[in-house]
Design a protein around this ligand. Sequence first.
Ligand code: SAH
Ligand code: TMP
Ligand code: ZN
Length: 415
Amino acid sequence: MPNKRSSQSKIKGYCKICRQPTQLIFSFGQKPLANAFLSKPEDQEFFYHLYLVFCPVCQLVQLGDTVPPEKMFNDQYHFISSTSRDMSFHFKKLAFQILKLVSKKAKPFVIEIGSNDGIMLRYLAAKGINHLGVEPAGNVADFSQAYQVNVLKAFFNQATARQIYHQYQQADVIYGANTISHIEDLNSVFAGAQDLLKKDGLLIIEDPYFPDIVRQYSFDQIYDEHVFFFSALAIEKLANRHNFSLVKMESQPVHGGSMRYFLQPGKTRKKDPQVESWLKQEHKLNLDKIEGYHNFSRGIDKLTGDLKTMLYKLKKQKQQIVGYGATAKSATLLNYARIGPEILAYISEITPTKIGKFSPGMHIPIKAHQEFQRDRPPYTLLLAWNHQEEILAKEKKYRAQGGKFIVIFPQVRII
Ligand code: SAH
Ligand code: TMP
Ligand code: ZN
């Protein structure tokens, strides 16, 4: 094992929103940071206790132990939104949806929390819409300059909201995709959004939909950066706590099932009947109580066992297996299942900053996609399963030549 420094905590704790005691859903044990790729296998790694809890008051699923945000989101951040063609298209569509929402406003102002490389704001910038991205990872924020996207390199919270309020103006739309769930001080985010939004403004939040994670047992979504796991139940309670109303929800076919929540300031708004039907469905699944999560917890170990059985069997037959996509998610899967370089020869990747490095914890070498194309390994474990459609389309030739993908969720199988 490498030298490790652990964060110390036991399984108990209190909700990050209401400070009431939480209930344990699942513990994965000590895990390395999901995006902490190593230059050398001997590099020192930071470990934290990865476990998931439920607050029965807020009906909010969250990490028990958390990592300081500066350790994860800094100038060496590895996740670059525009590496996925499908996600680029997804955010282009959203930009046009926002454009429509603000087109009749006098002097519209749109803020994005976690704007990354400007994957969405570049379209608003091109249309001359007044906008601001708030992004603490300086290296990725710099990519958005090429598209004339305005970025404030900062963590969004109530203090940043006040700063924006004074330097710019109130906002018509505040939007965050795959980001709001990463921010431990969620109360501060909501308070800041409340200060910063115009009275008729909209707070739009998009994140993986936790009931979809439960349904597919896609437990790899649980790692240090994902502090919260949202459902309609949780978002409605959170909204009400901060004097917002959840007025609309739109499900999105990205990241294995996502949800876009529309929140308006104030309490007296009309809500879309769809919201009630999502809430009803979640109640039916018992997701308002800890009992609703027992089956999910059991499924995690069943799936891990099935995957290891399949991989060991293939290795016994002397088959080469590689991974596809050195995703942050795969850190949870590979470390929990203890799948190392003796099973996965390497992981194929297209992000330049990840290539040549080693995966956190298990130290699997990460190699350029060109190597995968040359090698044509007989079996490939699809770690970037949330981009399955895009990847299968890209790897048509590999599959036509006999290459096989192993997919994991909701059931381990070869395709
Ligand atoms: N919205 C993009 C990026 C998601 S990754 C997409 O959906 O692809 C999460 C991003 O949130 C990272 O770029 C990270 O640096 C940023 N982030 C984390 N904490 C933040 C905070 N408090 N305020 C603003 N951005 C934050
Ligand atoms: P994500 O699951 O967090 O979106 O990360 C996807 C990772 O997979 C990212 O590191 C880029 C990588 N990737 C590839 O290597 N090839 C691909 O075709 C795609 C879509 C992603
Ligand atoms: Zn709570």
